[in-house]
Design a protein around this ligand. Structure first.
Ligand SMILES: C[S@@+](CC[C@H](N)C(=O)[O-])C[C@H]1O[C@@H](n2cnc3c(N)ncnc32)[C@H](O)[C@@H]1O
Length: 199
């Protein structure tokens, strides 16, 4: 098993080995963002990488967007690309150590980057980071992918079992507007935390 530390990910950015990065906001998220009306929503994008999605949200006028990644390089590049974005909203830390309460958390290729052993901890931490009426929105691969290195795959059945412990699954359905290379392999999800399950 590969070491999936911050150094591992940072080195992938430093050596231009980041095939997951599409270079623009992905269509499903971009179309989802366009229909959000409340520009004051607090939004967290964990495992954000270069986060073209955060850039788009900022350009659309959302002011409470938080970009989190434990690798330094994509955050440094983000600063150069979007110089007006508040630096205090660029957070270089381990997701599992970060605390806060958000209206919306966006998932895209972060879940699949984590070792599957961390999936229970991931769902619990997402639950804790959401406000009671908050929403977890994003994309999950419905594809076996890899078992020994990222991207780690999974199936709708597995995700329903995992997330339904703590979340009401509002939508978990094949994504109809995926970018071409991910077409037929992604689920679009919207979930809300169930009431008061964790202390
Ligand atoms: C496959 S990349 C996806 C990046 C971005 N979401 C995208 O769609 O381009 C996974 C990202 O998660 C970050 N990451 C992995 N584990 C993390 C952790 N425990 N805490 C914070 N970031 C993490 C990596 O540094 C990397 O930028």
């Amino acid at each position: 098993m590969e070491d999936l530390s911050a150094d591992y990910w940072n080195n992938r950015y430093l050596t231009n080995n980041f095939g997951w990065d599409v270079g623009y906001p992905s269509t499903p998220l971009s179309e989802y963002f366009q229909q959000l009306t409340d520009k004051n929503l607090s939004i967290l994008i964990p495992g954000a990488g270069n986060s073209y999605e955060a850039q788009l949200l900022f350009e659309l006028g959302f002011t409470n967007v938080y970009v989190l990644d434990f690798a330094e390089k994509p955050l440094e590049d983000f600063k150069l690309r979007v110089p007006d974005f508040p630096e205090s909203q660029l957070i270089q830390t381990d997701f599992f150590n970060y605390t806060g309460h958000f209206d919306l958390i966006i998932e895209q290729t972060f879940f699949c980057a984590l070792h599957p052993e961390l999936r229970g901890a991931y769902t619990e931490h997402m639950y804790r980071l959401l406000k009671p009426q908050g929403e977890f929105v994003g994309l999950l691969f419905n594809d076996p992918l890899n078992t020994d290195k990222p991207p780690f795959g999974g199936s709708e059945m597995e995700y329903r079992k995992l997330f339904s412990k703590l979340f009401n699954i509002i939508i978990m359905a094949p994504c109809y507007n995926s970018i071409k290379p991910r077409s037929g392999k992604e689920l679009f999800v919207i979930m809300q935390p169930k009431a008061e399950l964790l202390g």
